[in-house]
Design a protein around this ligand. Structure first.
Ligand code: XBP
Ligand code: MG
Length: 253
């Protein structure tokens, strides 16, 4: 088995719980500013998460839930304009420090750096959302810790398509068998598995019922030495929180 060289992280739901109290809130702020009486409740947003990408999500909402709404001649442009404001509000939220990293994520990234593993990001979200999250949580320099930040519209087909992972791996000049992916959702795992990546899953409130068949392991969180993870599927090999030794062992399986 090839030796582990790189870790590739999803962002939303994996590095941080961004969806319910971040993206959802920002969408609603943009709708209110535009004079729209749309309210994406916690429950409705769970359904809308079936489609990845904010612009795509707005379109899905109009087409599936608001059949009589008139978005003008160009629904794509309508969604894109609304989404621009959503991004503005989301970045404001990130800057205010409202969204922390999930437990164990910072320690894992630090240990990966200390042990010489290469790091990358593969996400559907807008590139600025990634840089703002990293800056707000890990400091200004942390953007440079990730040698590739593959995000947003960089590939036309978003997750569950494998394209974003394939793009990231190609940019690093690596093959999938020396990488490990980190995901939180069905669409994310479909994407990483289709790119032939071993995948560690940490679920969240929106994804805990998803079917993660094919993942290397499914956990409730990365966990810390103080508060470990719960194993939902798979064999943690005696480890109680995610660290580099555990990832290396999982990768060799
Ligand atoms: C994340 C997403 C994103 C965010 C919104 O999926 O679906 O669309 O919800 O981001 P994943 P934008 O974690 O699988 O990458 O509004 O910037 O598109
Ligand atoms: Mg995700």
């Amino acid at each position: 088995m090839a030796k582990l060289e790189a870790l590739i992280f999803d962002v939303d739901g994996t590095l941080a719980d961004t969806e319910r109290d971040g993206h959802r809130v920002a969408f609603n702020q943009a709708f209110a500013e535009a004079g729209l009486d749309w309210d994406w409740t916690v429950e409705l947003y769970g359904k809308l998460l079936n489609v990845t990408g904010g612009k795509e999500r707005i379109r899905l909402y109009i087409e599936e839930f608001l059949k009589d709404f008139d978005a003008g001649d160009d629904i794509q442009a309508f969604a894109a304009n609304l989404h621009k404001r959503k991004t503005h509000f989301y970045l404001e939220l990130l800057q205010s420090g409202a969204i922390p990293l999930r437990a164990g994520v910072e320690d894992l990234i630090n240990e990966a750096r200390e042990t010489g593993l290469r790091l990358a990001i593969a996400t559907t979200t807008t590139p600025a959302n990634v840089t703002y999250l990293l800056t707000a949580t890990l400091g200004e320099a942390s953007n440079d810790w990730f040698e590739v930040i593959a995000a947003g519209d960089i590939v036309p087909a978003k997750k569950p398509a494998p394209d974003i992972y394939i793009w990231a791996i190609e940019q690093m000049g690596l093959s999938p068998d020396v990488c490990m992916a980190f995901e939180d959702s069905l669409n994310g795992v479909k994407s990483s598995l289709a790119a032939n990546l071993k995948t560690l899953v940490t679920v969240n409130g929106y994804t805990k019922e998803d079917d993660f068949t094919g993942a290397a392991i499914v956990l409730d969180q990365m966990g810390t030495a103080k508060e470990g993870f719960k194993v939902l599927e798979g064999d943690a090999g005696g480890y109680s929180y995610v660290n580099i030794a555990m990832i290396k062992a999982l990768h060799q399986k």
